[in-house]
Design a protein around this ligand. Structure first.
Ligand code: GCW
Length: 683
């Protein structure tokens, strides 16, 4: 059978014998009150987790003559959590945070997992199992953990016909045909996996999906999924196509100020809440890439969002309105449009509206500077939209561990309220005091047995959840946890694989989009290089629009002498990036048109620097291949072979990117490829 289905919850026996013995002594019995579906899940997870990890049958009576009782309970003054005096700690943990503490109660040593809600206990349970999976010391625990963000979401770009937009791991996991009657056990495992990393919301449908999802038969299917996810703390959201009142409501207009349209949405939303009482709300893509929206009726994004927000407010739902908008009426610089459209609307959105912003202003490139909207709309809660699926990062054949990409954006300083106003603090609500806050990732999950296609891409799903819970975690820590749980706790394995994972995205940047190049990929499918394309009827779709290579140099001038997209950033940021000498070289060609002969810090000129990056990028894939070969003793044959084959594909693709881009750009630079980069593998 294919391995990988278990994700990071493999629960294989602890390999380190002394540690295993000590865990066995410390956990003699578990005590879980199963008063709710969520607590029954807690109990089952502890039984299956501990049986697997400790390789012994677990006593579940909670009654043992020995020390070592593991108690999981929602805080109870009369229970073990109350007797252990954990009340004051729980005052800090809110609805979802948990405490794990070692305490002596009635003369017996207990490990207590508790929280203010059942879901918090479930989160604590997964955390506790993770401690054992990653071989941590559990002898004296005092852990308090609360999520830094309220909404921690996956966005599925799944269509009704089970295709997945930009999905590379099979078809949609939602089988609309057999729903609502058949609940595939996979839906439950999906919920379990998400709960294990703290994800608490899922948007089932593509932002480009049609309105059929909002018809009564489909709402029954959505309800079936919502029912399956509820005990895991996961709320269901849908996308709302703005023209739904026309398409399924038979109205003549979808104008948000039209009373009939408003009534239609009021009724539709009431209908949804009758079926799904805790429905989360809608995500909306409007007036973007041909999708309908309020601007079709000369109304603003705020008019559109507020119309839906008013209809959903009585039910306590929210509207997540996307800021990913661009049109060909803005020939100067697509980079600027979202800011131009949305900043004037700051303060005009209802309080249950969030604006969801991609991490960068163009579109999920291998590297983008942070989006200028972060910090620029203080009166509006902004939700982060990251992409977990690897549309522009090699899709299903490439290892690109994305935690470093996520972190790079989260740690960028917007300076919106002075130094230290990082993107993370803007979106977690702390800079502008927003109670509504969150982070979403466009899912990479599909029907493949291993969920994500590339086995190592499971780490990106994991990273999204972990960072939404706690954006201060380092990429290395996340990689380490995931590797230990998914593969092995062996020190030699980890010391190779943690850096390999953490450097993998930078390697992709080197051979695809070095020093700030962007949007030079193949048209429409976005796979492989095509920097030469110039004939698409929408100028901002053409790669040449972005690299602007000519006989003098290369790069997009976004300074005040060019498109002035830099004018959308805070003065401190603008100043740093405006000056070609202080702009970080990783973003150089993003903001500047630079002469081929410009000297980089390395002493190489820009042309040589490009050659250097493309060549070393490809070389680094080869090094990953070689390192991976040495991992064979630590990995099951099936995953080992699959990953080996995928590295082979990735290496061919790196050569493809390198040769295509350099040979094309050379027609402008007219300079030779330095001979020391001419490695024998040039094919
Ligand atoms: O990245 C682009 C993709 C589209 C996608 C769009 C969006 C869902 O190429 O496939 O559509 O972004 O985010 O709306």
């Amino acid at each position: 059978a294919e391995t990988g289905y278990e994700l990071w919850m493999r629960y294989v026996p602890v390999q380190n014998q002394p540690l295993l013995n000590s865990y066995r002594l410390q956990i003699n019995s578990i005590a879980v009150n199963t008063g709710s579906p969520t607590l029954r899940i807690v109990k089952n997870e502890l039984i299956s987790g501990l049986t697997g990890l400790l390789g012994k049958k677990i006593d579940t009576t909670g009654k043992t003559a020995l020390n070592g009782i593991l108690s999981a309970e929602t805080y109870n003054p009369a229970g073990v959590s109350g007797k252990a005096g954990l009340k004051s700690l729980l005052e800090q943990t809110g609805e979802e945070g948990f405490v794990i503490a070692t305490k002596t109660v009635n003369n017996k040593k207990h490990i207590i997992i508790t929280g203010n809600t059942d879901i918090a206990v479930l989160y604590g349970t997964f955390h506790f199992l993770r401690l054992i999976q990653t071989q941590q010391n559990i002898s004296s625990l005092q852990i308090i953990s609360t999520p830094k963000m309220k909404l921690r979401m996956l966005n599925h770009w799944d269509n009704l016909n089970r295709t997945v937009e930009r999905g590379y791991s099979g078809s949609s996991i939602w089988n609309w045909h057999t729903l609502p009657g058949y609940i595939d056990p996979r839906y439950v495992d999906y919920a379990r996996a998400n709960a294990s990393i703290g994800i608490n919301g899922t948007v089932l449908t593509n932002v480009n999906a049609n309105a059929t999802f909002l018809t009564p038969p489909y709402l029954q299917k959505v309800k079936a999924l919502a029912d399956a996810f509820r005990p895991y703390g996961i709320k269901v959201y849908l996308t709302a196509r703005f023209s739904a009142p026309i398409e399924i409501g038979k109205l003549k207009t979808a104008d948000p100020l039209d009373p009939q349209v408003q009534q239609w949405w009021n009724d539709k939303i009431s209908e949804i809440y009758q079926v799904i009482p805790d429905f989360g709300g809608f995500v909306v893509k409007a007036n973007s890439e041909g999708q309908p929206g309020p601007q079709d009726y000369k109304r603003t994004h705020a008019d559109g969002a507020n119309m839906l927000a008013s209809a959903i407010a009585p039910h306590k739902g929210i509207i997540i309105w996307r800021a990913f908008v661009y049109s060909n009426e803005n020939p100067v610089d697509r980079h600027k449009q979202a800011y131009d459209d949305f900043v004037p609307l700051d303060g005009k959105f209802n309080s249950n509206v969030m604006v969801q912003v991609k991490n960068g202003a163009i579109d999920f490139m291998p590297r983008e500077p942070f989006h200028p909207l972060f910090g620029a709309m203080p009166k509006t809660p902004l939700m982060m939209e990251f992409q977990v699926t690897q549309e522009y990062l090699g899709q299903g054949t490439t290892l690109a561990f994305l935690a470093p990409l996520f972190k790079e954006t989260l740690e960028s300083d917007t300076y919106s309220k002075g130094k230290g106003s990082t993107v993370a603090k803007v979106i977690d609500g702390s800079v502008d005091q927003h109670a509504l806050n969150g982070m979403a990732g466009v899912s990479n999950i599909g029907s493949d047995i291993n969920w994500t296609g590339h086995p190592l891409s499971q780490a990106n799903w994991y990273a999204l959840g972990r960072l939404a819970w706690d954006h201060s975690l380092s990429s290395e820590k996340i990689a380490e946890e995931w590797l230990r749980m998914s593969f092995s706790n062996n020190a030699a394995f980890l010391s190779t694989m943690i850096p390999l994972m953490c450097n993998s995205r930078e390697t992709v940047v080197r051979y695809m989009n070095p020093i700030g190049l962007h949007h030079i990929m193949g048209t429409s499918h976005h796979y492989g290089p095509a920097p030469w394309v110039s004939n698409l009827n929408r100028p901002e779709w053409n790669p040449v629009y972005y690299h602007k290579a000519d006989s003098l140099g290369i790069g997009f001038d976004r300074t005040s002498k060019g498109s002035n997209a830099l004018g959308q950033y805070a003065p401190e940021v603008r100043k740093l990036w405006e000056d070609i000498n202080t702009c970080e070289e990783k973003n150089l060609l993003w903001f500047h048109h630079v002469p081929w002969t410009f000297k980089m810090k390395s002493g190489r000129n820009v042309w040589e620097e490009l050659c250097y990056n493309y060549y070393t990028g490809a070389e680094k894939v080869k090094q990953m291949q070689a390192s991976w070969k040495k991992m064979q003793p630590f990995v099951d044959p099936q995953r080992f072979d699959q990953i080996t084959m995928l590295f082979n594909v990735q290496y061919e693709e790196a050569i493809w990117w390198r040769n295509a881009c350099l040979l094309y750009f050379q027609t402008f630079s007219k300079m030779p490829i330095p001979s020391n980069y001419e490695k024998p593998d040039r094919s």
